[in-house]
Design a protein around this ligand. Sequence first.
Ligand code: DC
Length: 223
Amino acid sequence: MISVAIDGPAGAGKSTIARALAKRLGYIYVDTGALYRAVGYYALQNGVDTTSEHDIARLLPYIDVALKFVDGEQRVFLNNEDVSDYIRTPEMSMAASNVSALPVVRAFLFDLQQNLAKTNHVVMDGRDIGTVVLPDAQVKIFLTATPEDRAGRRHHELQRRGMEADFDEVLKDVMQRDYNDSHRAIAPLKQAEDAILVDTTGNTKQQSIDQLIRVVEGALAKL
Ligand code: DC
């Protein structure tokens, strides 16, 4: 099986670009952030502090998270309910970032991610895919852009969905999540030594897609 691991900070356009790449290659696209978001969602729904390892650990036995692929599109199921549409708010982003710093949560989601790559060709995106989850991935990409560029995209995306958002707030959020994701003790966001750096600052969506397809197809051709 072939795995393409794509890591990078929030808002670099990873999911849109990785989805397009997966479609082009005929692989399934696995958005691992959705798994952390589903755990965060469950915690918020149950009024549990998303930073408390003790309290979150007690919740995990009640959580069944699964990914299903409908026409190649990933849907995330939490205890058999499709929660894909509820996990994209800024509140859920922060909850996901909080629970993702907890070793129990990372261990809880680890096998699910590895098993998907054992049985499918995957484009898998996250923060620790090339470093921890799929260290043997045939192609590793570190996809990034400046914080301002990433906040701009997120702001635009929220507006498009009809959500109120202030640019400075979104930028603060992006920078806070960058800090959390790269400074946590376990599986912090960092570029794998053998990852190819792709910087999408200033690109249109299509330019980023073309750039990534070029880089990945080039790397696959050398295998
Ligand atoms: O990619 P995203 O914004 O949906 O991710 C939500 C949070 O989950 C993000 O703040 C970091 C965390 N995450 C992680 O720690 N490891 C992953 N492989 C994917 C996401």
